[in-house]
Write a new protein. Structure first.
Length: 451
C-alpha cells in the first residue's frame, strides 16, 4: 500500500487486529440458544462493549432486543457541528455445519495460505475489527472528524428482527447522516465494491400430515398417503424444469443492469461440480441479484441410517425465499404460503409458519457519501475504480433504517468476497482485504467530514 499515513497506521495495527479477531472468533455466538449456550453470545457482546469503551466511546450499552438477543451500542463524539456516521456490523454467526468437514476447528482463527480461517472471520466479526481499525487509524492521524455511532447486532443471521424492532421503538438512537453497513463484500478480492442492492427474504416452515401415525409400508404402502412424498411434491412445485423459482403469482423475469457475473467465475466461486449445470435462466447476475430464489434449507424426516419400512405420517421443511428490490417481502410470503397450500396433493393437511422476514434494499449510489467512498477506495486500492454490484443475500435492518431515516445515506461494504465462503465450511477472511477496507473506511470518514 502507498505511503499514506493512515495506511501505514493500519498496517502497523494488523497484528493486533489478528489477535482481536482470534478472541472474537473463539466465541460460539450462534443466536440459536437451542444449539449453543446464550453465554457464548453474551461473551462476544461484552467483548465488543469493552473494546468500544477502551476506544473512548460513551453511552456504551448492551441493548436487550425483543427476540431475546443483545445488540451493542456506543457513541464517540467528534468535533462540534460535525456530521454523524453510524457503523454497523453483527457478532452472531452461522452454525459451523459439519465441524468434521473443517480443515481446522471452526471457532479457532487459523492462518493458512495467506488467509485467516474461522467461523465469523468475514461474516461479520471481521467487520467489527474493520471498524475498530479505521477509527484507530484516524485517532493516530489527527483525530476522528465525525461523530461516530456503532451498533453491533446479535441475531442478524437468524433473521428474527430483534434490532429492527428495537430501532423502531427507539428511532432516535441510530439517527445519522450516513450509515456504513460493514456486512457486504467486494465482488472479487482486490476489486473495491459497494453493494447497491440486497434481496429481501422470508423463512417459512411447512408441516404436512396425512396419518395418525406411521404405518408398515408393506401392509399399507400403495394406498396410504405418504406425508413425506406429499412434501416432496410440494417442494418440487417451487421450481421449473430448468430450476427457476416458480411461486404462483410471483414475477421472476427481472434483469440486472450493471456489473456482470461471468458464468465460469460463478462456477468456480460456487464450487459447482464438473458436468453439473447451473439452474435458472438469464444471466448469472439476473439470477442471483435481480430475481426470486427459493431454497429448501432443511427437511425433518427419518435419516437413512436407522430408517424403518414405514409410510410417514408427517414431515416438515424449512423454506427460504429471496426476493429482489421492487418485490414486497410480505406479499411474497403470502404468495408462497398460497402456493404451498394449492400444490399440496391428496388432500393432505398442510400448515405454514412464518419464521423470519426482511425487505429488499436498493441504495442511492448517486449520493455524496458514495462519492466520498469512491475517492477513498481509489486510494486504498491503487489503480482500481470502485464498482457497484448486487448481493443475493439479505440484511433486513437496511430497509428498517431506510424507512426510519429516509434522508440518511446507506453504504454497504465488507469482507465477504467470494473466497471467504461465508456460511459454508472453512469460512475465511483475507487480511489484505481487512487492511485495505479499514483504510478505505478511515479515508471515507475523513472525506465525508469535509464534503
Amino acid at each position: 500500500m502507498s505511503s499514506n499515513p493512515v495506511a501505514e497506521t493500519v498496517a502497523s495495527l494488523m497484528p493486533r487486529a489478528k489477535a482481536e479477531l482470534t478472541e472474537l472468533v473463539a466465541f460460539k455466538s450462534v443466536a440459536d440458544f437451542d444449539q449453543y449456550p446464550r453465554s457464548e453470545s453474551e461473551g462476544a457482546a461484552n467483548w465488543i462493549a469493552d473494546a468500544l469503551r477502551s476506544e473512548g466511546f460513551q453511552d456504551v450499552a448492551l441493548l436487550d432486543t425483543p427476540d431475546g438477543t443483545q445488540s451493542v451500542y456506543g457513541y464517540l463524539p467528534g468535533p462540534e457541528g460535525a456530521k454523524t456516521v453510524l457503523l454497523y456490523a453483527h457478532y452472531d454467526v452461522q452454525p459451523p455445519l459439519d465441524e468434521a468437514a473443517w480443515t481446522t476447528p471452526p471457532f479457532e482463527l487459523v492462518e493458512r495460505d495467506g488467509r485467516w480461517y474461522g467461523r465469523g472471520s468475514a461474516d461479520c466479526k471481521g467487520g467489527v475489527v474493520m471498524h475498530l481499525l479505521a477509527l484507530r487509524a484516524l485517532k493516530a492521524n489527527g483525530g476522528v472528524p465525525v461523530h461516530v455511532k456503532v451498533i453491533v447486532e446479535g441475531s442478524e443471521e437468524q433473521g428474527t428482527g430483534g434490532l429492527e424492532r428495537y430501532a423502531e421503538a427507539h428511532p432516535e438512537l441510530l439517527t445519522a447522516d450516513t450509515i456504513v453497513i460493514g456486512d457486504a463484500g467486494n465482488f472479487r478480492a482486490g476489486l473495491p465494491t459497494v453493494t447497491a442492492t440486497l434481496r429481501g427474504m422470508t423463512l417459512v416452515r411447512v408441516q404436512v400430515d396425512t396419518l395418525q401415525g406411521n404405518l408398515h409400508s408393506g401392509q399399507f404402502g400403495g394406498a396410504a398417503p405418504d406425508a413425506l412424498a406429499a412434501l416432496i411434491r410440494v417442494l418440487d412445485s417451487l421450481r421449473a424444469k430448468d430450476g427457476s423459482t416458480t411461486v404462483d403469482g410471483l414475477l421472476g423475469e427481472s434483469a440486472w443492469d450493471g456489473l456482470q457475473y461471468e458464468e465460469q467465475a460463478f462456477r468456480e466461486d460456487a464450487k459447482v461440480l464438473d458436468g453439473v449445470e447451473l439452474i435458472g435462466s438469464g444471466t448469472v447476475a439476473d439470477r442471483v441479484w435481480a430475481r426470486p430464489a427459493v431454497t429448501v434449507l432443511g427437511i425433518d424426516c427419518p435419516p437413512v441410517v436407522g430408517a424403518t419400512p414405514s409410510v410417514q405420517a408427517g414431515a416438515r421443511a424449512l423454506i427460504s425465499l429471496r426476493v429482489p428490490p421492487g418485490v414486497d417481502a410480505v406479499e411474497a410470503t403470502k404468495l408462497l404460503e398460497a402456493h404451498i397450500e394449492a400444490h399440496t396433493p391428496w388432500g393432505a393437511r398442510v400448515s405454514t409458519e412464518r419464521v423470519g422476514q426482511g425487505q429488499a434494499f436498493r441504495a442511492d449510489t448517486s449520493s455524496p457519501a458514495y462519492a466520498s467512498m469512491a475517492e477513498a477506495m481509489a486510494v486504498a486500492y491503487p489503480g482500481q475504480e470502485m464498482q457497484s454490484a448486487g448481493m443475493g443475500g439479505s440484511i433486513p435492518l437496511c430497509n428498517t433504517l431506510a424507512s426510519l431515516y429516509p434522508d440518511t445515506e446507506i453504504l454497504l461494504i465488507g469482507l465477504s468476497e467470494p473466497e471467504a465462503q461465508i456460511h459454508a465450511v472453512n469460512e475465511s477472511v483475507s487480511p489484505d482485504e481487512l487492511e485495505r477496507l479499514s483504510v478505505a473506511e478511515a479515508l471515507f470518514l475523513r472525506n465525508y467530514a469535509a464534503s
